[in-house]
Design a protein around this ligand. Sequence first.
Ligand SMILES: [Zn+2]
Length: 355
Amino acid sequence: MLHNGAMSQPFRFRIPEHGTLVKEPFEPADPPPGWTRLAVKAMALNYLDLWTTRGIEGVKLPLPLTPGCDGAGIVEAVGPGTALPPGVEAGGSAMIAPGLSCGLCAECLRGDDMRCAAYGVMGHVLDGTAATHVLVPAANLLPVPPNWDFLQAAAFPLVFLTAWEMLVHKAKLQPGERVLVWGGGSGVGTAALQLVRFLGGRSIAVVSSLEKAMKCWELGAEHVIDRSREDVAKKVRELTGKRGVDIVFEHSGAASWDASLASLARGGRLVTCGATTGHDAKLNLRVLFAKQLSLLGSYMGRREHLWTLLGHVQRNPSNPPFRPVIDRVFPLSEYPAAQDHLAAGQAFGRVVCEA
Ligand SMILES: [Zn+2]
């Protein structure tokens, strides 16, 4: 029994074909064994929402599909015989770890779930959080930190997991090292700036306006480069005494690629999780070996590391070492407008919808 009385009609957004997004009423299903149903209270948008809706060349998605990778809400139904993770209770609040994997293969068993051949993300391979209700594997639920609201909880997992994996496990950031963070005002950029500070690194944020520059300083950036007015690689050489940075944190792609490589110090590491401006880039192999560079690709991160991040927050939930930055909140019924706002590229931090 899902409704009692005057509850509003459940709805979801649907991609029937790429390029089309429709809102429709639906009857939320009961969760099978191992699964739960969440009443979504908030969901946060990622660029993946845009790619999933528009379609990605060469990637076949299971349409029709409900987008939305990040979300938080109330655990309103639990599948038969299903145990819940520590700190999560039926009827209580939870946030979603967006990565889905088989749980049985060698990669999954050693914790590398994001390298599972069956790996996928909520809202990309399976119905996601742009809905009033969503089915989630019980193993993908995490408790909401004390004092955090649903908006913060929804805005936390994907970008912090991604930035943590890139900085800690791929680029292996050491205290004192310098990191160039492209898109300092993006969701993943705002997470990266805070994590660099938390890990003892020194960041240079790249932004597109003075207003965003001020906010990056508040998140711990040591320097900010306004790419609308300055040559990024030239400015990096100036700020680092011609040495360059140890790590470039990339997610922009073709438009920033050349400046990224030119900004690296000898032995530098470039780590990338996206290509929002295009995925075709050139590489001068002589520069690669002579400067002894490392190029590192990254996609999401181990689910266990969300628990690590949660642990750092829970030690001091009222003043955590990092927290999601929220740009703007839309009603869930206006999810398409929230997508347009994210696509416009003017947001500082996460674009979130509230149910
Ligand atoms: Zn697996």
